[in-house]
Design a protein around this ligand. Structure first.
Ligand SMILES: Nc1ncnc2c1ncn2[C@@H]1O[C@H](COP(=O)(O)OP(=O)(O)O)[C@@H](O)[C@H]1O
Ligand SMILES: [Mg+2]
Length: 282
């Protein structure tokens, strides 16, 4: 049970003056249940990559396998794929349009042909998962704060009960508090549901403490793919492509260079604190 890309290339507007190769020979496999961060500078191909995962855009060459099946095979059920791989676009709040929150979240399940009772049940369950307060269920989505709107948009996808949730820069445009709240909520729902979560971001700092794995994209290519500490050990190379490792990485390397007996490959502030304390006791 996984999603895999095999040698995927994608070219926008081929054969025109605007031709642009956005993905170059990308291969990767994401097992069910993993929490993955896709990181890269603006224009590195992140959004293009994730739109392949539910068949929204079709690879120029290469294969996509979902649960072992080639999604480009004739007769493949794309509709089913789209309901199993839920994609939350960047600034999803622009896609809210119904009269109230609960009706908006019901939109997806309603389209799946479920009864009004079942739709409402799923909508409530989804809103609960994103921590949206019940007292606002009948409110117009347009009257909500930015962070709350985003929760509603995420709930709209969750209400279709996908197996994989893909979020394109879910923290873009939020203040630091709103950003932390959304990330904590995504982490919570990953732990609650065990679904695969693929989180796109241009900030290492944002995702370092949450994800099991980081895929770094650079100019359409996969540059690194590994657990956070592995990826951050390349912090000097990352900087060259416009990506900073979390600040704690720099602090630890600096300490080590100045002769403190610390291991620099920690990824969170808590781990750094533990490591520094440990080095005093050794
Ligand atoms: N619709 C499009 N037509 C032509 N080029 C595009 C289009 N969308 C994206 N691109 C180009 O493809 C590259 C990758 O873009 P994108 O996947 O949006 O990157 P990211 O999400 O990492 O910012 C960029 O160079 C971008 O300008
Ligand atoms: Mg993008």
């Amino acid at each position: 049970m996984s999603i895999a890309l095999e040698h995927v290339n994608y070219v926008y507007s081929p054969g025109t003056a605007y031709e642009k190769q956005a993905l170059k020979d990308v291969s990767l496999e994401i097992p069910q249940g993993q929490f993955v961060g896709i990181i890269g500078h603006t224009g590195s191909g992140k959004s293009t990559l994730i739109q392949h995962l539910n068949g929204l855009i079709r690879a120029t060459s290469g294969k996509i396998l979902y649960e072992g099946q080639n999604i480009y095979e004739e007769g493949y059920d794309m509709r089913k794929l789209r309901s199993q791989v839920g994609l939350v676009f960047q600034y999803p709040e622009y896609q809210l349009f119904e009269v109230d929150v609960i009706t908006d979240v019901c939109f997806g399940p309603k389209n799946q042909g479920l009864s009004p009772e079942e739709c409402e049940k799923r909508a409530r369950e989804a809103l609960e998962l994103v921590g949206f307060p019940e007292k606002y269920y009948r409110q117009s989505p347009f009257e909500l704060s930015g962070g709350q709107k985003r929760r509603v948009a995420i709930a709209g996808i969750l209400a279709m009960r996908p197996k994989v949730l893909v979020l394109d820069e879910p923290t873009a445009g939020l203040d630091p508090k709103g950003r932390d709240e959304i990330l904590d909520q995504i982490d919570y729902l990953h732990r609650q549901t065990g679904m695969t979560v693929i989180l796109v971001s241009h900030s290492m700092e944002d995702i370092a403490e949450y994800v099991d794995r980081i895929i770094v994209m650079n100019r359409g290519e996969k540059m690194y793919d590994g657990v956070p500490r592995e990826v951050f050990s390349h912090y000097k190379e990352l900087e060259k492509v416009g990506l900073a490792a979390p600040q704690v990485t720099y602090v630890m390397h600096e300490l080590k260079e100045r002769g403190f007996p610390v291991s620099p490959d920690v990824t969170t502030i808590e781990e750094a604190a533990d490591e520094i304390m440990r080095s005093f006791h050794d």
